[in-house]
Each structure stands twice: as C-alpha cells, then as structure tokens.
Design a binder for this molecule. Structure first.
Ligand code: E4P
Length: 218
C-alpha cells in the first residue's frame, strides 16, 4: 500500500519525504485554510518536495468552473492530481480532465456505487472517507472492502482506491488488509505507526546489556 500524507504542512511533508515514506500528498480546502497560505504557493512547494501525486482540490461546484480551476491547478506542476467532488458535475469534470491525460482524484466518496461512477468517469483515484463514516456510526472499512471487491470484478478498472479520512493506526492496518491501493494519512498517525512500547522497552534492555559488554562497534 502506498502512503500519501494528508496535510499541507511543509515541515511534516519534508520530514516524511526524508524518511522515504512518502508516495504523494493530499490537500483539501480545510487543510489549505489551516496552512494559511495561497493554494498556488503551497501546492507548488509541496510538488517541489514530493515526486508523486499531489492532490489540489477545486472550489467550483459546476463542471465548467471545475475544468477552469483544475487546469489552472495542473499548471503548477506535472504531479498535480486535480481533486473534484463526487457530484454529477464533478464526474463530468473528471471525465473531461482524465481525457486530457490529467490525474484526477474524486473525493468525498461514501458509497461503493459512487466509487463505481468515479471509475467509469476515468478517475485516477477515488477517495472513500473512512473516518467520517465511522463518525456517524457506519463502518468505513466495509466501504473499502466493498469497493475492492467490485473493482477486482472488472479487470479494466484502473482507478486506485485511496483510503481517506484516516484517523488512527488501526485504520491504516485495516485499509491495507482490505486492499486499499493508497492510504492518505495525517503525519501524526503516519509517524505513530512506528511506535510500540515493547520496541522501546526491548531497545532499552539491549542498550543496557550492551553497555555491560564494554564493547564498541566502530
Ligand atoms: C483526503 O483527501 C481528505 O482530504 C481527508 O482524508 C479528509 O479527512 P478528515 O475526514 O479527517 O477531514
């Protein structure tokens, strides 16, 4: 499973990229608001750090507006993936932008049928939102499983399942088990994957014993 960082914070993106853990980045209007910078500047800076797809979301709600904004965002760098919402107008925009050879991420997917439509519209990625479904008492992970089953039934579907709205380490593990192609993960959750108290305790014990040997390696 590939890892994308779900953030527009440059310091976090650099840190993850340096660890070789970053296959891409996703942003959205809320993340751009939090970053407090122009979408053009922040997406350009992210694209200069990360080689993989960097999702930048349109703000227009009609197809023509999405096309204009999507093409403008795509001018920022070759690795921009235009993010459009999973609406009727969004699907039309997806079809046209994909036909122009651009990467498109169809976002705000909450049902398997919506994902099927995104695939039919030629989406590069479809983003099912796990956490927001869990928030209303539904099972976000079941959605990933359903989409995986459906996409695997049709060999011609190339759309990648981008598990989004990931809130914890368990979401990452379960998304990988369900066969998500990509998980877009907040930096704190992604860095948290390394942590285990037994790793820390084991390391402390080994270091303690190592000191007692009086040896050095170099
Ligand atoms: C992904 O593309 C979305 O922007 C993101 O995962 C949404 O996550 P949230 O539900 O935690 O806001």
């Amino acid at each position: 499973m590939k890892f994308f960082a779900d953030t527009a914070e440059i310091a976090d993106i650099r840190d993850l990229a340096e660890a070789g853990l970053l296959d891409g980045v996703t942003t959205n209007p809320s993340l751009i608001m939090k970053a407090g910078r122009s979408i053009h500047d922040v997406v350009a800076e992210i694209c200069s750090i990360v080689e993989g797809p960097v999702s930048a979301e349109v703000a227009a709600l009609d197809t023509e507006g999405m096309l204009a904004e999507g093409r403008k965002l795509a001018e920022i760098a070759d690795n921009v993936a235009i993010k459009v919402p999973l609406t009727w107008d969004g699907l039309k925009a997806c079809r046209i932008l994909s036909g122009e050879g651009r990467m498109v991420n169809v976002t705000l997917c909450f049902t398997a049928n919506q994902a099927l439509l995104a695939a039919r519209a030629g989406a590069t990625f479809v983003s099912p939102f796990i956490g927001r479904l869990d928030d209303i008492g539904l099972d976000g992970m079941q959605l990933i499983e359903e989409i995986r089953t459906i996409f695997d039934n049709y060999a011609h579907i190339e759309t990648q399942i981008l598990a989004a709205s990931i809130r914890n380490q368990n979401h990452v593990r379960l998304a990988a088990m369900a066969g998500a192609d990509v998980a877009t993960v907040p930096p704190t959750v992604l860095k948290g994957l390394v942590k285990h108290p037994l790793t820390d305790a084991g390391l402390a014990m080994f270091m303690n014993d190592w000191k007692k040997t009086g040896q050095t390696i170099l």
